[in-house]
Design a protein around this ligand. Structure first.
Ligand SMILES: [Ca+2]
Ligand SMILES: [Ca+2]
Length: 221
């Protein structure tokens, strides 16, 4: 029984680890691992509305034979990106077409170190990826979250040193979403300030220590 449980646990972990898709491409590769959670729209009712002040990706849903000339990143020739700044929210679209998927690459060039958060919500399942440019279109995936269900907030973060980074958003799958769906993505910087709630905890702990010491001294005096 123990051996069976061990085997099942190992199989689950292996499926979870190796079944993840952090592939940046728009076309399905031969060795693509099917996502563990093949989330579809199910009973979810699309309800995203673009918030005031948000920017628009301005890319129409791609059709068979289309070339992504808006933000296909390194999947397009020549490569094309949307520049993004910390604090920006983009409202965009993503879809599948002809066994391919739309991929959207947002680019930022950092001159100092920042812990950046890439956050999303969508009317479809999403993958979020942060990739670092190693020169040209040589990239390294440095953080990712995959199979974020429709209607759920996804988030991935990384402490980025000076350099060029790509913030990628797209579907986890290569078919089934030909009619497309809305998404929203936001690039945030993690504050280094200690939240007020944390300070309250520290002060409370300090007072407990002080009063405990005072009470102990009175008892032994
Ligand atoms: Ca798009
Ligand atoms: Ca695109």
């Amino acid at each position: 029984m123990k051996k069976l449980l061990f085997f099942l646990s190992f199989a689950f972990m292996a499926t979870w680890v190796f079944g993840q898709d952090v592939y940046l491409g728009s076309e399905k590769p031969d060795n693509f691992h099917a996502p563990v959670i093949n989330q579809t729209s199910g009973n979810y009712a699309p309800n995203l509305t673009c918030p005031p002040g948000a920017l628009n990706e301005n890319e129409p849903d791609l059709q068979d034979g289309d070339v992504d000339t808006v933000d296909g990143g390194c999947n397009s020739n020549p490569p094309v990106f949307i520049d993004i700044n910390v604090g920006d929210t983009y409202c965009g679209r993503t879809n599948t077409y002809s066994s391919s998927r739309d991929t959207d690459w947002y680019k930022i060039v950092l001159t100092d170190t920042k812990t950046l958060i890439w956050r999303s919500i969508a009317d479809c399942p999403l993958n979020l990826i942060i990739a670092q440019e190693n020169g040209g279109c040589s990239t390294s995936v440095i953080a990712s979250e995959v199979n974020i269900p429709a209607g759920s907030t996804g988030e991935v973060q990384y402490t980025c040193t000076p350099g060029t980074y790509y913030f990628w958003v797209g579907l986890p799958v290569f078919s089934g979403w030909d009619n497309g769906a809305d998404y929203q993505v936001t690039l945030l910087q993690q504050s280094s300030a200690v939240p007020v709630s944390d300070w309250a905890v520290y002060i409370a702990l300090f007072l407990i220590v002080v009063f405990s010491a005072y009470y102990y001294r009175r008892r032994v005096a």
